[in-house]
Design a protein around this ligand. Structure first.
Ligand code: TRP
Length: 423
């Protein structure tokens, strides 16, 4: 137990890495919101601006998703190059992943994935979906490889329930799938990367197990088109091909995953068959029910809405735990108004209310005190109940046979770009 309990908390910088996300603290030790612009600056990513969104709309003919319009996907690397590919009709593909650390998803997990599904619809291109059951067993001492592989299968069913198109989607467990060209890519890439580079990117030390040190290679080379020879052509490929390596990849992800892909972008051109630097698009984290500085976490059940929650559980969690920017009494609220910027129910509405004008009106009326906390909470409850219920309906349809189809390596079919010419 801490002996020095009088010790006054001092300020702390935010600490964001692939294994933990901690917001900063102010002088008094209070949690402050994550400063995403500072992070983008520190990591040297580009912020998504209106010009990029306008170009996106011109190129795709689609209005940008509300998560783009509202800056919830806020940063990128080379996303503009993907738009150029789309414009020219040149092939590219999507890659994303999930670490199967538990049997089911919470709402926060679904955000980058739902966004990926939207990108797949808009771009009409193939998607490869990696389940890192190897990573989760390596990084969590309490989990065995059998357990994480089992979670991977359960998670895959949830992922399918988000609506990915079977024809264009290949989902795989690392423990089951990685072999052949994928494995060769991993070894070749590992030869290009030193311990110093990995330590720099991930903070490892001499006592880190060697599995953890090698694993980043695996997550990286999943962005090489040659890792999946089957998805591009029916003809068996005995060797990796230069023309396949040249297909660029776009990776949607939470910003915490960026360190992996910096490593990749720094080394992709050194492969025998070089690949273009993958493009990245980064999301913010869905705020925990408790508000500022935290993200939803499976290990803290009261911080998260789970995709298995009943309508009643959702209602109770929002009413009981969702941090409120309202005043303590109705009289004060009417007089002083609320603070939507820190209000978790309002923040959730920014994710799930599509109508911009309606959202603006909610913001204005909450701030002025016309709209009460209870009313705001019930709007958020309704939106979340609908999103989760629709998910649960689709989840019921995902049988073992359906799962098997998505997880079978096979030629994918898409219409949004030309087919690659394989030489
Ligand atoms: N490491 C990620 C996690 O723990 C899983 C992952 C693998 C991933 N490849 C990815 C996430 C690509 C985003 C993009 O969740």
């Amino acid at each position: 137990m801490a002996e020095n309990t009088e010790h006054v908390e001092t300020s702390r910088d935010q600490d964001i890495n692939p294994w933990s996300v901690e917001g900063g603290r102010d002088e008094a030790g209070n949690a402050v919101s994550i400063d995403y612009e500072a992070l983008a600056k520190k990591w040297n990513t580009s912020l998504i601006d209106q010009a990029l969104l306008d170009r996106f709309e011109r190129v795709t003919g689609h209005k940008p998703h509300r998560w783009l319009r509202r800056g919830l996907f806020f940063s990128h690397r080379d996303f503009d190059r993907i738009l150029t590919k789309k414009e020219k009709g040149e092939p590219f593909f999507l890659y994303t992943g999930r670490g199967p650390s538990s049997g089911s998803l919470h709402l926060g997990h679904t955000i980058p994935l739902t966004f990926t599904k939207w990108l797949q619809d808009v771009f009409d291109v193939p998607l490869v979906f990696m389940l890192t059951d190897d990573e989760k067993a390596l990084f969590k001492d309490s989990l065995t490889f059998e357990e994480t592989m089992h979670f991977a299968m359960e998670n895959a069913k949830d992922i399918i329930a988000l609506g990915f198109d079977l024809k264009k989607t290949f989902i795989y467990s690392d423990l089951k799938y990685i072999s052949n060209h994928f494995l060769m890519n991993a070894w070749e890439f590992s030869k290009l990367v030193t311990f110093n580079q990995v330590r720099g990117a991930f903070g490892f030390n001499e006592s880190t197990n060697v599995g953890r040190i090698f694993f980043p290679t695996v997550q990286c080379v999943a962005a090489f088109a040659t890792s999946y020879p089957e998805i591009w052509t029916d003809e068996p490929q005995t060797e990796r091909k230069k023309s396949i390596a040249e297909i660029q990849c776009l990776i949607p992800m939470g910003i915490d995953q960026d360190p992996y892909f910096r490593l990749l972008r720094d080394n992709a051109h050194k492969m025998k068959y070089p690949s273009p630097k993958p493009a990245l698009i980064h999301s913010k984290f869905l705020t925990a029910l408790q508000g500022a500085g935290g993200k939803m976490s499976s290990s803290e059940p009261n911080s998260a809405i789970f995709m298995t929650d009943t309508p009643k559980q959702i209602k109770t969690k929002i009413n009981k735990y969702a941090f409120s920017g309202g005043q303590v009494s109705v009289e004060d609220h009417r007089r002083l108004g609320g603070n939507p910027d820190v209000d978790v129910s309002y923040i959730y509405l920014t994710y799930f209310e599509d109508d911009d004008a309606k959202l603006d009106e909610i913001y204005r009326s909450y701030k002025s005190g016309e709209l009460l906390t209870g009313e705001l909470k019930s709007m958020a409850i309704k939106k979340l109940q609908d999103y989760v219920a629709e998910f649960q309906e689709r989840r019921k349809e995902v049988s073992d046979e359906v799962l098997e189809k998505y997880m079978t390596p096979r030629r994918l079919e898409w219409g949004g770009t030309a087919q690659p010419k394989i030489k």
